[in-house]
Design a protein around this ligand. Sequence first.
Ligand SMILES: Nc1nc2c(ncn2[C@@H]2O[C@H](COP(=O)(O)OP(=O)(O)O)[C@@H](O)[C@H]2O)c(=O)[nH]1
Ligand SMILES: [Mg+2]
Length: 219
Amino acid sequence: MELNESVYARNDSIAQRVRQQLDAHGIRMFNLLGTPGSGKTTLLEQLLREDAQHIAVIEGDLFTDEDTQRVRACGAQAVQLNTQGACHLEADAIEAALAQLNLDGITTIVIDNVGNLVCTAEFALGEHKRIAVISVTEGNDKPRKYPLIFQTSDFVVLNKMDLLPYTDFDPVRFAQDVYALNPHAEILHCSAVRGDGVQKLREYMTGNWEQEEWPWSES
Ligand SMILES: Nc1nc2c(ncn2[C@@H]2O[C@H](COP(=O)(O)OP(=O)(O)O)[C@@H](O)[C@H]2O)c(=O)[nH]1
Ligand SMILES: [Mg+2]
């Protein structure tokens, strides 16, 4: 218990430092979280289609650099972080990754987090906003089974809407469950392969929302 608290406190203080560094550069950072295969990297590829010059990517994966190759093929700068089996990224790795990026001209950084609905949600990385990506092929129970990711995400992408007719997924029930956990969440229906919903996500990411106070202020 005490060990856990010190791990989180240390992580939070590094995350706060990362956030200060980003604010000094006027850069917004988004933490893309979700299940393996929900479509995080496909969504990112769509976002990069229009603006690969101003968006840099930090890719988190256990062992491979396949997703980094995918985003570099879109023309974006990307740094690979391999967790060597760990199920989430921590703020110290993000701080090290930032040092490897050329931030000139960069307005936005997207962290393509390790696919995982549990521990990724527990670690602040210095991001300004969290975007959870869930797909309709995963079943309706995810908000009820994995509440923290929905409680802490600002934006929830419900992806693979093109497959909805082939599933028993109920988007209305999903929305009720998400709002019960987080009334401020915005839910966006997307098909990352078709590009549906991507423009709305782009507008949200570049929009004029208020910068909130640092939410992890205990440390
Ligand atoms: N039908 C459909 N397939 C998708 C969609 N988005 C992603 N996929 C597919 O789902 C698989 C996993 O996508 P990927 O982006 O690699 O998922 P990640 O593990 O979350 O990064 C790939 O085969 C994608 O082509 C979508 O909106 N509709
Ligand atoms: Mg991926």
